[in-house]
Design a protein around this ligand. Structure first.
Ligand code: PMP
Ligand code: GLN
Length: 382
């Protein structure tokens, strides 16, 4: 294994999902829904395969109707204008978009500031680009951004801010003040910004998701990334996208074209169909997940965990010390044997591992009866 990949190991999601299968546990670990997305989208994918027109390589930047649909989505929800010809790129999920952006924009030795806990592919992407990770920690109970800590993290070597909101695993949705502060820092220090917005439509209690690129000075320096996986319950499809200036999109595409070149031929027209669904689809998705959040938060609190109620994503974080444990990794390795439930320890998302040690993440994007059964099992065990 090359030195730059040392320490990356196997992703926690693969480890915990394998454990869930091996122990026939309820998997509240890896975040994926247990019901299918919109029928018109599924039908469109089947029709695309059967049409015989979408089973060979799509164009490098993605098919035109999907780039058009992404552009219209940005206009409709955020009043943003991206030219579908030059400012939108379709990728193999947000994961490839993030990796490509880092490979395209980071020089060896450049520092990349990311909010900690951070989604695990960030560490790998930064490492593969030869960059240096600089974490800014979000802390309990609110997981708010400490703007002073962000400012303190900036050095002459800082090249890029990698910002995820709604934030996995904490569920933080950055506020207008926090976004404004990030934009100020980026402008002051002339930094590039990559935003991971895959949970853009999963926000609760009226908390709005506002893309960082809408703030002054950000349009020229931001690579905005999202994907279909969460919004349309197709995490296995791996259709993602990048929106940015033509220069930045060209840079990202230069890396992307030699990772996969293209992917997901017949899924691309189907995602274009899904993006154009009416507001009622997006509203129902949000309402349904908010109810599931409330259901699982209430259940976990009853079991005795300290529960940190998320404003977005489909994850809730708990502190296991309330149940007499102090190590989330040990807790999560014990849990499947003990009661047939799988969760994800926060620790793997930190450089400051001690901060994440007592925290455990649970996914609530599951059918109500599955959430109830998981809570029942936990209640019997603790
Ligand atoms: N970013 C975050 C914050 C995520 O939680 C995930 C996980 N699904 C991804 C990116 C990856 O998205 P995709 O499946 O589209 O590659
Ligand atoms: N994003 C999902 C999560 O955080 C899983 C993605 C993956 O398995 N790599 O749980």
């Amino acid at each position: 294994l090359a030195a730059r990949l040392e320490g990356l190991g196997t992703t926690i999601f693969a480890e915990m999902s394998a454990l869930a299968v091996a122990t026939s546990s309820i998997n509240l670990g890896q975040g994926f829904p247990d019901t299918d997305g919109p029928e018109v989208m599924l039908d469109a994918a089947v029709a695309a395969i059967r049409s015989g027109k979408h089973n060979q390589y799509p164009p490098g930047p993605g098919i035109a109707p999907l780039r058009e649909a992404v552009s219209q989505h940005q206009k409709r929800f955020y009043d943003l204008d991206f030219d579908p010809e030059t400012e939108v790129l379709i990728t193999a999920g947000a994961t490839e978009a993030i990796a490509s952006a880092l490979l395209a924009l980071v020089e060896p030795g450049d520092e990349v500031v990311a909010l900690e806990p951070y989604y695990d592919s960030y560490a790998a992407g930064i490492a593969m680009a030869g960059g240096v990770r600089v974490p800014v920690t979000l802390r309990v109970p609110d997981f708010r951004l400490d703007v002073d800590a962000l400012r303190a993290a900036i050095t002459p070597r800082t090249k890029l801010l990698l910002i995820n909101s709604p934030h996995n695993p904490t569920g933080t949705v950055l506020t207008a003040d926090e976004l404004r502060a990030i934009a100020e820092v980026a402008n002051e220090h002339d930094l590039l910004v990559v935003t991971d917005e895959v949970y853009e439509h999963l926000t609760f209690d009226g908390a709005p998701h506002v893309p960082l690129v809408t703030y002054p000075g950000m349009r020229e320096r931001t690579v905005s990334i999202s994907s279909a996986g969460k919004t349309f319950a197709v995490t296995g499809w791996k259709i993602g996208w990048v929106c940015a200036t033509p220069e930045l999109v060209t840079a990202v595409r230069t890396a992307k074209q030699f990772l996969t070149y293209v992917s997901g031929g017949p899924l691309q027209p189907a995602v274009a169909t899904a993006l154009a669904l009416g507001d009622e689809y997006y509203d129902e998705l949000r309402a349904s997940l908010q109810a599931k959040r409330d259901r699982l938060c209430a259940g976990l609190a009853e079991v005795g965990f300290d529960v940190f109620r998320p404003q977005g994503t489909y994850f809730v974080t708990t502190d296991v010390r309330a149940l007499g444990y102090d190590d989330g990794v040990e807790f999560c390795r014990m849990l499947p044997q003990r009661c047939g439930v799988v969760a994800i320890p926060h620790e793997v998302f930190y450089d400051h591992v001690e901060v994440g040690r007592p925290l455990v993440r649970w996914a609530f994007c599951k059918r109500d009866e599955v959430l109830d059964e998981a809570v029942e099992r936990l209640q019997k065990a603790f």
